[in-house]
Write a protein that binds this ligand. Structure first.
Ligand code: G16
Length: 545
């Protein structure tokens, strides 16, 4: 079957702006008004991908997550709920950049020929969007592509990104031995709440957790989830939802949310938290979470993705020991260059666990984590999860506990495998996991913070003439281009006690990110500013933010 004419006609409605597009860290992401042709073309690719995967459903999520309200983005979810297979990213880029409608049809047909995709096979897509004002228009562009390619589709409307990942996996595993959950948003809440209740059986939560939802889709979804959860008095947790205004689109991620808190290293100005209060912030599509609190001396204290990784790895290790499974399950941690050096040291020296460092982007961390029985992966910015291998799940499911205490630990470990989203980092699932762990340990955030001391650090966003001139190696820890830039950074870093710094082009924003660590806060700030200066010099005309 040929879709040439249908695609040509539909594509005319979505002219491509004069611009080069690239499928980046999290799909395509930019100012929303540049996206209609991109989303249309991603729809074509989703149809092809589904046909290639024997009609399994492919997910399309329309979101720009932590970016400002005027941005939007689109990313694809593969049949098992993980990110689009990396070898398909260049196809997405090629579709997006096809200069004319005819060229687009050519690319579409070329892909079908080279990958032997049967155009008559069924194609299925499920999609959702976050709360951005541009979402509905972009959905229309997507639907045009799905219609032009005779693709069956389901519109899940507003969802968090991880909810869509969950639904993709549920849809494709339904009726198989790998069934993941009921194919509905309700099924998601039920799965999480059932696991949460089980995991909280031998634990008691203290205080209230206040969750800043970045005025994004996480707000209404967390409110919904709370309806399924027991309160603290009922053996659960008290959750207070704040920054949940999705009706004023401009408020999204503005002065709140996980990215604000992590990069500014301060609480949202609207926060009314008292010293010691446990707080958390989600990002715009609820796939990231960071914790924080104000200490007795009124200092802001951040508990970011590194902290969640160490907390989860330690807890799962303890459960493995207590249930008699320690020798059968290997645990490993995956981080990126942004991980605070103190967390890396703590994981290696105290937890004695292996670590792997990957480039930024969940797709890299996720794959690396799959190599362990239990793979804990978190980016410092709060994006992450824990993966249990099929063998680990089988080992846990078939283990015979030798004592009541082994049975308790095994029950909690089993609940954790259900509570933790296996498809992608999920702020709501991670929130419940952290709450379970803190309750089991009877810890407040200060206890959690005291496990190790972060090295002072600073993250700077640098706007340059052309961020694409910055190329990296060694999991983004070193620049290979522009020539001589890395030598300048090395020279500078050598002057600081415990100095470490790197620069890399963002894959989601038009900027270069610079990270620096040093022995003191002042030195970390200074090093970051100086490396930012080098980046500006090598990156063309610049404005820094
Ligand atoms: C996305 C990716 C993350 C990445 C973040 C920032 O997060 O999913 O893996 O850490 O962008 O990436 P970059 O530094 O390349 O801009 P989100 O939450 O915005 O989807």
């Amino acid at each position: 079957m040929s879709f040439d004419q249908q695609i040509l006609e539909a594509s005319k409605k979505h002219p491509r702006p004069a611009r080069i597009f690239a499928y980046g860290t999290a799909g395509f992401r930019m100012k929303a008004d540049l996206l209609p042709s991109v989303v249309f073309r991603v729809g074509l690719l989703a149809a092809a991908r589904s046909r290639k995967m024997n009609g399994q459903s492919i997910g399309v999520m329309i979101t720009a997550s932590h970016n400002p309200p005027e941005d939007n983005g689109v990313k694809l979810v593969d049949p098992y709920g993980d990110m689009l297979e990396a070898t398909w990213e260049p196809h997405a880029t090629a579709f997006a950049n096809a200069k004319t409608d005819e060229e687009l049809v050519e690319e579409f047909n070329k892909l079908h020929t080279s990958l032997k995709i049967n155009s008559s096979a069924p194609a299925r897509v499920i999609y959702a969007r976050d709360t951005r004002a541009s979402g509905p228009t972009l959905v229309d562009c997507l639907v045009d592509a799905l219609t032009a390619t005779n693709t069956e589709y389901t519109d899940y409307k507003l969802l968090t990104t991880p909810q869509l990942h969950y639904l993709v996996r549920c849809t494709n595993t339904k009726g198989t031995q790998y069934e993941y959950g009921d194919v509905s948003e309700t099924g998601y809440y039920e799965k999480l709440s059932t696991a949460f209740k089980q995991a909280m059986k031998n634990a008691k939560s203290k205080g209230t957790i206040t969750v800043d939802c970045a005025n994004g889709v996480g707000g209404p979804k967390l409110r919904e989830l709370v309806k399924y959860l027991p309160s603290q008095a009922e053996g659960g947790v008290d959750i207070k939802v704040v920054n949940e205004d999705v009706h004023k689109p401009d408020n999204l991620n503005s002065q709140c949310g996980a990215d604000f808190v992590k990069t500014q290293q301060r609480a949202p100005p609207s926060s009314k938290a008292a010293p010691g209060d446990r707080c958390a912030s989600l990002d715009g599509d609820a796939d990231r979470i960071v914790y924080y609190f104000i200490d007795e001396d009124s200092n802001f204290r951040l508990l970011d993705g590194d902290r969640i990784a160490t907390l989860a790895a330690a807890f799962l290790g303890e459960l493995g020991e207590k249930s008699g499974l320690a020798s059968k399950l290997s645990i490993g941690v995956v981080q990126t260059a942004y991980a605070n050096g103190a967390s890396t040291k703590f994981i290696t020296e105290n937890l004695k666990l292996p670590i792997q460092c990957t480039p930024t982007g969940v797709k890299y961390l996720h794959h690396a984590a799959q190599r362990f029985d239990i793979g804990v992966y978190f980016e410092a910015n709060g994006h992450g999860t824990v993966l249990f291998s099929p063998l680990a799940l089988k080992t846990i499911a078939t283990h015979e506990p030798q004592s009541p205490s082994q049975a308790d630990a095994l029950a909690t470990l089993t609940a954790a495998t259900e509570l933790i989203n296996q498809t992608v980092g999920d702020a709501l699932s991670d929130l419940l996991l952290v709450e379970v762990i803190l309750a089991h340990k009877a810890w407040d955030p200060a206890n959690w913070l005291s496990t190790y001391t972060d090295y002072p650090n600073r993250l700077v966003r640098v706007e340059v003439g052309n961020r694409n001139v910055f190329k990296t190696e060694d999991a983004e820890r070193r620049l290979t281009e522009p020539k001589h830039a890395q030598a300048r950074i090395d020279e500078l870093v050598g002057k600081y006690t415990k100095g470490r710094s790197f620069a890399r082009a963002s894959g989601t924003e038009d900027a270069v990110r610079v990270y620096a660590e040093a022995a003191t806060r002042a030195e970390a700030d200074d090093l970051a500013q100086k490396v930012a200066g080098i980046v500006k010099q090598f990156g063309g005309l610049a404005l820094s933010k």
